[in-house]
Design a protein around this ligand. Structure first.
Ligand code: FAD
Length: 338
């Protein structure tokens, strides 16, 4: 493993708290690398409610989730954070020299002298269907939760499960290149844009797509991670075996604490316990801010995460610049880099 990135502070999570931590660290001349599982920054605001207005951000009587994230990214931009997106931080360990070594799910190593965990309720990941031998079929790519290269499905028999936009959009997109597309949904009504649902139903009438409704995923058949059938079942127990090379499951995202539980951090009911004045965890040099951090009186609000980011940055400063006095300054007197 080579060292991909070195920075003063590694920020785990690109939600609102992580993004504002970049700004607060930047104002104290500390450079950040920000790592997030999602392909886009913004945490819950961007992934769960981009168009919903938030009413309790100071000085914004109403601002949509996505717009808030755009503003935070703009505010952090002068400090040129390095974004490593689309990868999870799997391991975090202190080194003999007091620095930290992080390892990502893409095998990269990140070195930093301090860490801010801004991981919300944990890493976003796909909801996985409870099926036999799922791990083996995931490992080979027979079962997938996203499509990064459409061409890989050319000529394949594809079963798509789910009733939202992803399922419908991919059914329409893949029907032209896949050998067969079967859409499995447990009820007739889809939760997707009516226009694309109508297109999918028209394609089904022309015989270009098979609709398996009302069916649910029941099992996977195949060997050594190579899929040959997806077994479907109705609630009454009627079964149907669909020949398939791939299953695409689109059941939405969920958050799980995941690897964070294994880093030796003091936890309290799936949250990281911190000292309220510094947001420091039980490990010196590792701080936690935002939804993941807990202490007596904690409010799980975005504005609280902003304040915690400021406290964590100030507490980390002496670690990055030992012996250098930190004179408190206002942003108005300092400005930000042009
Ligand atoms: P998050 O936004 O959860 O971001 C954490 C990020 O860390 C995620 O992107 C995750 O993928 C990433 N991550 C976690 N673990 C890892 C790992 N190991 N490796 C890499 N990345 C990782 N709050 C308000 O203040 N006002 C509101 O009106 C409001 N309305 C809401 C409405 C809805 C529908 C929801 C769901 C929430 C609302 N909230 C509101 C709550 C608010 O969104 C959260 O408090 C806020 O997003 C927390 O920010 P965060 O930066 O701590 O974490």
């Amino acid at each position: 493993h080579h060292v991909a990135v070195e920075a003063d502070v590694a920020v785990i999570g690109a939600g609102p708290a992580g993004l504002f931590a970049v700004f607060e660290c930047g104002m104290l001349r500390m450079k950040c690398v920000v790592i997030d599982t999602l392909e886009a920054i913004g945490g819950q605001c961007a992934a769960l409610y981009p168009e919903k207005p938030i009413f309790d951000i100071p000085a914004h009587p109403a601002i949509a989730g996505a717009a808030l994230i755009e503003r935070l990214a703009e505010q952090a931009a002068p400090f040129a954070p390095i974004y490593l997106l689309g990868r999870r931080v799997d391991a975090l360990a202190e080194q003999p020299d007091g620095s930290f070594r992080l390892q990502t799910s893409k095998g990269e190593v990140v070195r930093a002298r301090a860490v801010i965990v801004a991981a919300g309720a944990g890493a976003f990941g796909p909801n996985r269907p409870p099926l036999n031998d799922l791990d083996a079929f995931e490992a080979t790519g027979a079962v997938r939760y996203m499509v990064s290269r459409r061409e890989e499905l050319r000529g394949k028999r594809v079963v798509i499960a789910g009733g939202g936009d992803s399922a419908v959009d991919w059914a329409l997109s893949l029907k032209d290149i896949a050998a067969r597309v079967t859409v499995v949904h447990r009820r007739p009504k889809f939760r997707a844009a009516p226009e694309t649902v109508a297109q999918m139903e028209a394609a089904a009438e022309r015989g270009e797509i098979d609709l398996a409704i009302p069916y649910q995923l029941h099992g996977l058949e195949g060997k050594d991670g190579v899929l040959d059938h997806v077994v479907l079942a109705t609630l009454k127990g009627e079964e149907r075996r669909v020949p398939a090379d791939h299953l695409l499951a689109f059941f939405g995202l969920s958050m799980e604490l995941g690897p964070i539980a294994d880093w030796g951090l003091g936890l309290e009911r799936s949250h990281i316990a911190v000292a309220p004045a510094t947001c420091m965890t039980n490990i010196a040099g590792i701080h936690a801010v935002g939804d993941i951090a807990t202490y007596p009186g904690k409010l799980k609000l975005i504005l609280q995460g902003f304040s915690e980011a400021a406290m964590a940055a100030h507490a980390i400063h002496p670690r990055i610049f030992p012996g250098e006095a930190l004179h408190f300054e206002y942003s108005t007197s300092k400005g930000v880099p042009a």
